[in-house]
Design a protein. Sequence first.
Length: 83
Amino acid sequence: MERRDELDDRVQAAAEEMEEDLREMEHHSEEVGGDIDEARSDWERKQDDPSVPGAEPEDEEQAGGEVAGDWEGEGPAADEGGQ
């Protein structure tokens, strides 16, 4: 029985260690989630501020609206390139 008690103690210790690891990971996950929310808010604020270069929201018209070409050698870029 002594061996079984020892095994039970080791299993219990491992379970407690895993539970502590889980709590620690959940805490870090919450911190990362907060950092992501903060960064997203900051980026959105910068997109609304015209004095921040390069942060304006990109819409399709601003970006040119169409893809320059594809891998088949079609589209405006391929036409310009003589393909």
